[in-house]
Design a protein around this ligand. Structure first.
Ligand SMILES: Cc1cc2nc3c(=O)[nH]c(=O)nc-3n(C[C@H](O)[C@H](O)[C@H](O)COP(=O)(O)OP(=O)(O)OC[C@H]3O[C@@H](n4cnc5c(N)ncnc54)[C@H](O)[C@@H]3O)c2cc1C
Length: 537
């Protein structure tokens, strides 16, 4: 929608406003309009649907959740018949799927693209949220749903003298729609997280020279890219709802059942066999959680996994100095990374690994970057430096709740939510996969949460009620989540999971770590107890 069309929204009064039309926002739009029959408009600063899959068009971008569970289940026909070509769908395929869902259900007519929401303020007198767009329009709505994404607020550190650089700087999470031709070029990738390793493995054979700027070495296992497995298709088609519910009743909803066995409880030979089987199958979450139950909580168990990956790394990388640079010294306790042939990339004569912790990136020059005092000549620099995860986009919106309460103040030392979906003092306000949601793969969990608060809104609609959250219930939920992270190795390992990747961000839990199955038990008990902790007044 153009700005002129946007003007037509100025002053309109909606039942529901939705911010974001990624996986979460699109489904929320469907539920509000088609299930509840409410007058709803969605807003996204992107020019199309898809969220993550709209923005992240970088080379090698794909899901690392199996396509079987990276899907909606609400449209049973599409759940059964959408033909994913690969076990891990590429970005373009996920984006096609999202567009197909939006088109089939005619969702785009209720979406205002190219429209950023800068401010949201609750007006007690009219019991409305008053939204301000980036171009100054005002929209009023009784309910506000934020589906602004947990990995959506890009983080790209700056280095001095960028204006001097004659080449191109690209941010992976804002990749141009017209894919730049990088063949034969001297390319630097800054960052070796999930995005960095996908770009590195994809580009190594396609560019002239690849310089990898590594601050933190990573434990990386294979992903296991291949065709979409027929047995999964058969299983879904036999009973799609049973398949969906089976997936939801696991811990992380990644399409496997987490192990309950300690890595220390089995003989060394059996342990190696399990790790080898998981390595051959691929998938980071599976390697970390399907093999053994205590890799993320016990330093000794963790070491059995890192010893195995280290041996694979050392066997793959020919130059022992490079192998040593690639070997992490901390726990295997970040979001687990997976990419096929990652370590092997460093045997290529056109790939150079730079340790930018020891030899930091100092500044740009006309021809490239000064790294550890030496100039690296470059045509293209790719920032794969991650996200201000989980809370970033919520805090970018100036959000004011009841009695002038500012979300930025309330979350100054870390987020506070109830069930990852609501915030005390922010009436009729819902988040899809907000902070303190379960630590899982997302689409099926988004559906579950949206279904949950759709029921709540339906109940409120019947009584003309306003939904809010009790502070005590929220405090208890936050405590459960903080206790859940405490004692895990995720807590003591720097990563975006605990906020440590962003300078100055409070280091805290932002997740419900009890797994999706337990999350559903907790939230269903709340619902069955007359929505204990929520107020519908
Ligand atoms: C490269 C990459 C790979 C991933 N792979 C997986 C995976 O394999 N499995 C998995 O489960 N998850 C994965 N994720 C996480 C992924 O973000 C989620 O799976 C899912 O796509 C999130 O959907 P969402 O609707 O919550 O948010 P998003 O898809 O992030 O969409 C949020 C939307 O909100 C819009 N928005 C935000 N703020 C505003 C504002 N103020 N005004 C207007 N619009 C706004 C944004 O433009 C965006 O379009 C991956 C993430 C990335 C970045």
């Amino acid at each position: 929608m153009t700005e002129a069309q946007g003007k037509r929204l100025d002053g309109i009064d909606l039942d529901v406003a939705i911010i974001g039309v990624g996986v979460g926002g699109l489904y929320a739009l469907y539920c509000m309009r088609e299930k509840l029959g409410l007058n709803v408009q969605a807003f996204d600063m992107a020019s199309g649907v898809g969220g993550t899959w709209f923005w992240n068009r970088y080379p090698g971008c794909r899901v690392d959740t199996e396509s079987t569970v990276y899907t909606y289940s609400f449209d049973l026909d599409m759940f059964q018949n959408w033909k994913w070509s690969e076990r891990y769908a590429r970005q373009s395929e996920v984006l096609d799927y999202m567009n197909a869902v939006a088109d089939k259900h005619d969702l785009k007519r209720s979406i205002n693209f190219n429209t950023r929401i800068d401010r949201a303020q609750w007006d007690d007198a009219t019991e409305r949220w008053v939204l301000a767009t980036g171009t100054g329009e005002t929209v009023r709505a009784r309910y506000l749903i934020e589906a602004v994404g947990l990995l959506s607020s890009s983080y790209a550190p700056t280095f001095p003298d960028q204006d001097k650089f004659k080449g191109q700087v690209l941010v992976a999470s804002k990749w141009p729609e017209t894919n730049p031709d990088l063949s034969g070029k001297r390319v630097a990738v800054i960052g070796t997280g999930s995005t960095g390793i996908q770009i590195i493995t994809e580009l190594a054979s396609k560019v002239g020279h690849l310089h990898v700027m590594q601050r933190t070495p990573q434990w990386v296992v294979p992903l296991g890219i291949g065709p979409f497995p027929q047995e999964a298709r058969d299983r879904i088609n036999l009973n799609p709802i049973a398949f969906r519910d089976w997936a939801l009743n696991t811990g992380t909803v990644f399409g496997f059942v987490e192990s309950t066995i300690s890595a220390l409880a089995v003989p060394a030979k059996e342990r190696q066999e399990r790790y080898e089987k998981a390595w051959q199958k691929g998938n980071g979450f599976s390697f970390m959680l399907e093999t053994f139950a205590d890799i993320t909580v016990s330093p000794e168990a963790n070491k059995t996994a890192t010893d195995f990956i280290k041996a694979k790394l050392e066997a793959a990388v020919k130059d022992p100095k490079v192998a040593a640079m690639l070997t992490p010294t901390d726990y295997y306790a970040r979001r687990p990374l997976a990419a096929d042939g990652y370590y092997e990339v460093y045997n290529r004569p056109n790939v150079t690994l730079h340790d930018v912790k020891a030899n930091p990136i100092e500044r740009y020059t006309e021809r490239g970057l000064i790294v550890g005092g030496e100039e690296v000549e470059l045509d293209v620099i790719i920032m794969a430096t991650g996200f201000d995860a989980v809370t970033g986009n919520y805090l970018k919106i100036d959000t004011i709740g009841k009695d002038g309460a500012n979300l930025r103040d309330i979350w100054a030392s870390g987020p506070r939510t109830f069930g990852g979906m609501t915030i005390a003092g922010f009436p009729n306000f819902f988040m899809v996969f907000g902070p303190f949601s379960p630590f899982t793969s997302q689409p099926l969990v988004h559906e579950w949460q949206v279904n949950y608060f759709t029921d709540l809104i339906e109940a409120a609609e019947k009584t003309n009620g306003i939904v809010d959250t009790e502070v005590t219930a929220q405090d208890q939920w936050v405590q459960i989540c903080q206790d859940g992270l405490a004692g895990t190795l995720f807590q003591v390992t720097d990563s975006w999971i605990n906020g440590a990747n962003i300078p100055g961000k409070p280091r805290t839990s932002m997740w419900y770590m009890g797994g999706m199955a337990n999350y559903m038990v907790e939230m269903n008990a709340i619902r069955d107890n007359n929505y204990r902790g929520f107020t519908v007044g």
